[in-house]
Ligand binder design. Structure first.
Ligand SMILES: NC(=O)c1ccc[n+]([C@@H]2O[C@H](COP(=O)([O-])OP(=O)(O)OC[C@H]3O[C@@H](n4cnc5c(N)ncnc54)[C@H](OP(=O)(O)O)[C@@H]3O)[C@@H](O)[C@H]2O)c1
Length: 201
């Protein structure tokens, strides 16, 4: 479906459109043999994704910025899906160290990873630098997920080899980039506050 069909819920080639729910899409699927990581599952789209994956039987890992927020969402999802297999771990995507720690501990504690859903994101927040000195939106939405994906790729490849089930990596994004000024993205000005204020959408 192109962007223009989105407001009307028009269906695309997959048979689904913006009016389809996660439950519609996963109807009839048995995911009990799958392990999935959903970033940003403490809220919004990520929480619903984790709920429906759990409803279909998947083993779902919720990396949360704080264990407290992760455990809270686990509790609320477990009330809705009593059979859910949810595991909370700590990870702050805006910190490269935190992503490395999460990936290291996931890789040593879990045999398989079939699905990685890079969903967490922030937008249009006040200008801030991450712990690593990188503009916070870029650090969180892009660099954190880039590093995470790279650190989990070997696990996903070995899982696919051992189980014969092809893995999936899903990157959530927005169509908001279509509203940029068309000049592109200047990596040299990434951490320049005055520049970002002009470019922010
Ligand atoms: N909603 C929309 O209309 C829309 C439209 C286009 C694209 N999207 C994309 O869809 C995705 C989900 O959007 P949403 O509206 O569901 O977002 P949301 O409700 O604001 O939730 C964002 C999630 O990301 C997590 N997060 C933020 N910073 C993080 C960090 N440093 N480390 C780890 N987790 C972090 C948040 O955790 P906390 O609970 O700790 O804050 C929260 O769980 C985003 O990538 C967004 O760009 C959404």
């Amino acid at each position: 479906m192109g962007i223009w069909g989105w407001p009307w819920g028009r269906r695309g080639l997959s048979g689904f459109g913006s009016a389809s729910t996660a439950e519609d899409i996963a109807a009839g699927i048995d995911a009990s043999h799958l392990t999935a990581i959903v970033t940003g599952a403490t809220n919004g789209i990520g929480k619903e994704t984790a709920r429906v994956l759990a409803l279909r039987g998947a083993n779902v890992i919720i990396p949360a910025r704080t264990l407290e927020s992760g455990l809270k969402v686990k509790e609320s999802l477990a009330e809705e899906v009593p059979s859910s297999k949810l595991h909370v771990m700590e990870m702050d995507l805006s910190s490269l160290d935190s992503v490395r720690t999460f990936a290291g501990s996931f890789n040593s504690s879990h045999k398989h990873l079939n699905v990685l859903i890079n969903n967490a994101g922030i937008m249009a927040c006040p200008f801030q630098l991450s712990k690593d000195g990188i503009e916070l939106q870029f650090a969180t939405n892009h660099l954190g997920h880039f590093l995470l994906t790279n650190l989990l790729l070997d696990k996903m490849k070995s899982t696919a080899k051992e189980t014969g089930v092809q893995g999936r990596i899903v990157n959530l994004a927005s169509t908001a980039h279509r509203r940029s000024d068309g000049k592109g993205f200047d990596l040299n000005k990434l951490n320049n506050e005055s520049n970002r204020k002009k470019d922010v959408i």
